[in-house]
Design a protein around this ligand. Structure first.
Ligand SMILES: NC(=O)c1ccc[n+]([C@@H]2O[C@H](COP(=O)([O-])OP(=O)(O)OC[C@H]3O[C@@H](n4cnc5c(N)ncnc54)[C@H](OP(=O)(O)O)[C@@H]3O)[C@@H](O)[C@H]2O)c1
Length: 256
């Protein structure tokens, strides 16, 4: 396939940065949209619409990695409307496994956004992924501080953004595919095991207690609505990720 001109929204942070690196390494011409000025960045804001038309000009594909916890659908609406005026590029959207099963506000907004994109008339691809390693680590960061840590009786399937990024790069340079198979991490682990791993990575032993949390959101999590057991795709395990964090001296983690 020839050179594809690609815009990556959210290309300054976790997933989008790795997607951008991957695409550039493959020789693609990539623009990054960011609200803040920086090297190799096209300034723009998907909440106000500032700069979005010019960022989209001449682009064949948009990988939409930008996200806003409270305005997820509004950002996508701005992008879709501008894309319609600028030649109808292929829109690749990153979503989360279980957005249609777990009744969390952010998940509901992501599901709404999937529907908005599917109905937009633009050629599109939607990739859902499970929880990123950094998010799971943050969830259990308290494990390194408290003597006893209560954790919900749920499981997670953490995935590394370095595993998700190549899949997105392939989708971005391929034909629009609609909603594709979920992308999951290599292992499904209990929250208690993950919390223990985070505590151990920081060189401490903590008593982890599994607790049942009431409410429909936790019921959906407990039922595994956010898991993709048939898609153990990623290769980098949570243990490997924590070990790298320890090597890098991040957040007081120590190599054991
Ligand atoms: N984290 C997870 O566990 C997980 C799991 C599965 C799927 N996902 C999905 O993966 C995607 C990427 O997540 P992430 O964790 O990599 O995101 P992130 O690190 O939080 O980055 C968010 C990005 O959104 C951009 N952004 C926010 N508001 C913007 C606006 N108004 N205009 C333009 N850009 C804006 C930011 O760019 P600037 O600050 O440079 O403007 C930033 O680069 C999201 O759609 C998320 O839902 C996440």
């Amino acid at each position: 396939m020839g050179l594809v001109r690609i815009l990556v929204t959210g290309g300054t942070r976790q997933l989008g940065r790795v997607v951008t690196e991957r695409l550039r390494a493959a020789g693609e011409e990539v623009r990054v949209l960011s609200r803040r000025p920086g090297p190799d960045v096209v300034p723009g804001d998907l909440r106000t619409g500032r700069g979005v038309d010019s960022a989209l000009a001449g682009v064949d594909t948009v990988v939409h990695c930008a996200t806003d916890f409270r305005h997820e659908t509004a950002l996508a609406r701005t992008l879709v409307e501008a894309a319609r005026w600028t030649g109808g590029p292929h829109l690749v959207y990153v979503s989360i496994v279980g957005v249609d099963r777990v009744p969390l506000g952010y998940y509901k907004a992501k599901f709404e956004t999937e529907k908005l994109i599917a109905a937009s008339g633009l050629p599109y691809t939607i990739q859902r992924a499970t929880q990123f390693h950094a998010l799971v680590r943050t969830l259990f960061a308290g494990a390194s501080r408290l003597p006893v840590l209560p954790v919900p009786r749920v499981r997670f399937q953490p995935v590394d953004v370095r595993d998700v990024a190549p899949r997105l790069a392939d989708l971005a340079t391929g034909d629009p595919a609609g909603r594709v198979d979920d992308f999951g991490g290599p292992e499904i682990l209990a929250a208690a095991e993950l919390a223990q791993a985070v505590a151990e990575a920081s060189g401490r032993r903590r008593k982890i207690v599994s607790v049942k949390v009431p409410g429909e959101t936790f019921r959906a999590y407990a039922e595994g609505g956010h898991l993709a057991p048939h898609h153990l795709d990623g290769r980098i395990t949570f243990a490997q990720y924590l070990s790298e964090q320890a090597d890098a001296g991040v957040l007081g983690y120590r190599k054991r």
